[in-house]
Design a protein around this ligand. Structure first.
Ligand code: SOE
Length: 364
């Protein structure tokens, strides 16, 4: 008898950052079958508290300790720290999962992407809404031609957690979050989803930026709360989107609607179990029932239809696929540093357009 031994690389993760995102990553690592080697935080107290909550093996005092202990580094710190930490991890030969925006400028995002490619490590960015089964279903329907030739895309990504002048976060400060805040934080998700679902590419943008709260917690704020954006795509679509973190009542409402010459599809992230199918003669609501979904969408269903699946499930699936990539597979739709660079290029064009009040081209 022949015994075949398959060697699988362990997923030993260091999570750098103890905020909301660090905790979401830590849970996803556990679901993906990885081990949480340790956590580093901005203070030893925060790191100790998070490590206890999330059952991490240890608390790292510095990055070197994390790089010694882990083979995958999850970067979940304020945006301006993404590049130095990710580049140090890549230089040490570690795989990297880095929060978006990958960097606060496209040139740095390009350097990070090239460094990861040259080092031969897996480097992913959590554009996790790609992992909603109904987003995969929308993508499969576009690819199959059921929507027809795509003509129009529109939607919005609205939140309200920065509505009031007293609402505060490091993201509002340009030196930590980057000059484009709401767009980098959530507009990047919308554009990624549009390009992912449509298979098309935004080529030019015309943006208005507005800051509703020019002061927060007694200091001046220059980053935008709102972006309204018109765009054109390589495939001939026109479209628009509204990005806002000051829309009372909208918690995490990403809406993407794409129309073609045959039909329309719409995905609303506050109703992630469904996909709206628009037809000339009749409309339908498709439920997330794996029996009626494309193989890619069915693959991502975690629980039977009618049992809600959401945000954390997307992260769990994303880290599971990151792990599969480290083990040598090529999971379809895994967002990598190249996608983070793409988002940074779109963001720079949005910023340039907002400043000049004119159209700006998006480099390839
Ligand atoms: C905060 O705006 C935030 O947590 C983003 O940073 C995430 O990317 C988004 O998924 C939800 O909202």
């Amino acid at each position: 008898m022949v015994h075949v031994t398959i060697t699988r690389q362990d997923y030993r993760a260091a999570v750098i950052g103890t905020g909301f995102m660090g905790r979401v990553h830590a849970r996803a690592i556990a679901v993906a079958g990885g081990s949480l080697a340790g956590i580093a935080g901005s203070t030893p107290e925060r790191a100790r508290e998070a490590a206890a909550d999330l059952r991490a093996e240890t608390v790292f005092d510095d990055l070197d300790a994390a790089l010694d202990a882990a083979n995958v580094v999850h970067v979940c710190v304020p945006n301006h720290l993404h590049a130095p930490i990710a580049l140090a991890a890549i230089a040490a030969g570690k795989h990297v999962v880095c929060e978006k925006p990958l960097a606060t400028d496209a040139e740095t995002a390009r350097a990070m992407t090239e460094a990861a490619r040259d080092a031969g490590v897996v480097a992913t960015v959590p554009f996790v809404y790609r992992f909603h089964p109904m987003v995969r279903e929308a993508r499969a329907r576009v690819a199959s031609g059921r929507i027809g030739r795509l003509t129009l895309a529109h939607g919005s990504y609205l939140q309200d957690w920065l509505l009031r002048p007293g609402d505060d976060n490091w993201r509002v400060d340009a030196d930590k979050g980057g000059a484009l805040r709401a767009f980098g934080d959530i507009g990047s998700h919308w554009c990624d989803l549009l390009e992912f679902v449509s298979g098309d590419r935004i080529t030019a943008v015309n943006a208005q930026l507005a800051t509703a709260n020019r002061q927060r917690s007694g200091r001046d704020v220059s980053t935008e709360d709102i972006v309204t954006l018109q765009f054109a795509t390589a495939g001939g679509m026109v479209g628009s989107t509204v990005i806002s973190q000051v829309s009372a009542g909208r918690k995490n409402r990403l809406l993407l609607e794409i129309s073609g010459t045959e039909s329309t599809i719409a995905f609303d992230q506050e109703q992630p179990e469904t996909l709206w199918l628009g037809g000339r003669d009749q409309n339908a609501i498709l439920m997330r029932d794996p029996e009626h979904l494309s193989p890619d969408a069915a693959r991502l269903t975690r629980v039977p239809a009618g049992h809600a699946q959401g945000y954390q499930d997307c992260f769990d699936a994303f880290v599971t696929d990151t792990r599969a990539a480290i083990e040598g597979d090529a999971p379809d739709g895994l967002p990598t540093f190249a996608d983070g660079l793409r988002a940074a290029r779109i963001a720079e064009a949005v910023f340039a357009s907002g400043r000049s009040r004119d159209w700006a081209e998006v480099p390839r």
